[in-house]
Design a protein around this ligand. Sequence first.
Ligand code: ATP
Length: 463
Amino acid sequence: MSSDNADITQPKAANVTMDTIVSLCKRRGFVFQSSEIYGGFGSTYDYGPLGVELLRNVRNLWWRSVVQERDDVVGLEASILGPEAVYVASGHVTNFSDPLVDCKQCKMRWRLDHLDEGQYETQYGPTKRNKEGQIVCPNCAGELTEPRKFNLMFKTGIGVIEDESSIAYLRPETAQGMFINFSTIQTATRRKLPFGIAQIGKSFRNEITPGNFVFRTREFEQAEMEFFVKPGTDDHWHEYWVKERHEWYLRYGLTPERLRIRPHGKEELSFYSKATSDVEYLFPWGWGELEGIANRTNYDLTQHAKHSGKDLSYFDEETKEHIVPFVIEPAAGITRTALTFLIDAYDEEPDKDGTRVVLRFHKSVAPIKVAILPLSKKEPLINLAHQLEKKLRKHWTIQYDETQAIGRRYRRQDEIGTPFCVTVDFESLEDNAVTIRERDSMAQVRIAIPELLDALKERLNDD
Ligand code: ATP
């Protein structure tokens, strides 16, 4: 096989560095360091005007596919603060910790499980070991400290009296809300198995090794769904949700070759999990998890029933038996997915002024759908442009821009991934028509103003 052919089988990460993404995100107001004027704050980030639209789209697209397009999943918004009892029952107080190791020489900090899994290989080469077979520092081959267990939960207190009963935690995942409300929701909605409860919201983990911009942060947003099924049907539903979720990322335009499904080996499985498969993406620094789809068995409901003393079983009308459902959990990250869409969409191409930077977002992911660009700042052109702007704002996110040369304005829209620009020129006043310019091909078509709304609907609405 020629080396060219060998190359085709090797997926390539998006041709962009994280420095480029970070600087574009700040310059254009997608995401930036939180509390920056005070020097930044512990791996937390703020989302600016374009970032919030992007996050909102990711959230809505997930919600639409997992909840609204289905008859067997309902929604929940549970509280972020939870009592200690919930996290004792779930096992987080005892088990939600990462093994932390430090390099005695260069002082770099690592997660031993990540070293074991070879997660730093793209950056540092294959995991190195000393003569005794112990893992050494990927950076300088120095000796590592013994692993220390570090609980990732943020602990806080409720009320004015500080004692054992006031201990609370910020949730480290949204999942527990679905388990502790299982019976209430099942009774209220009269659902029969299989059915799911879904939730989107913030989670908090005191990560040891945050990094890669918003890939791993201490405060982040998750989208999780607990799908309750009859024991014995769990393998089928696990396979089903892995496929379903993989297809979702493809539907919204991620490069297929940069996506893979990776089943966990036995030693890697969480203590509650019978099987887990991750959807992974090939980031500029190597493969990383986008989402985990786990078969959590009946662990969580059993634990909460035991610790709360409440019956969390389900009465099966067919067999007249009480059963504890098994749970299949697709757990995705909204903020991580938004970052992935940004990286995957990034493209540069030569043009007459140097380089055209374009974010080739899927139209449903793009933060701004249409830009209205009058060719001149003068009346009556801007009057017409404002009329169109007002009409289109009822349907989509719009940017109105009348400053600088039209070529510059197109580039500004390309750089934030706006799928369509509508140009209003002097002829518009004569022929009652405008030009629609498409981001990727840069093709332009003339459309009569009375047909503009339908023309954009045809191009933008997702089926
Ligand atoms: P890792 O092993 O990388 O720490 P995990 O397996 O603990 O991740 P899960 O508990 O399965 O992650 O969380 C589900 C999803 O939530 C992840 O796939 C990811 O998209 C998102 N997520 C988890 N932790 C973070 C974080 N610190 N920052 C951003 N997103 C996160």
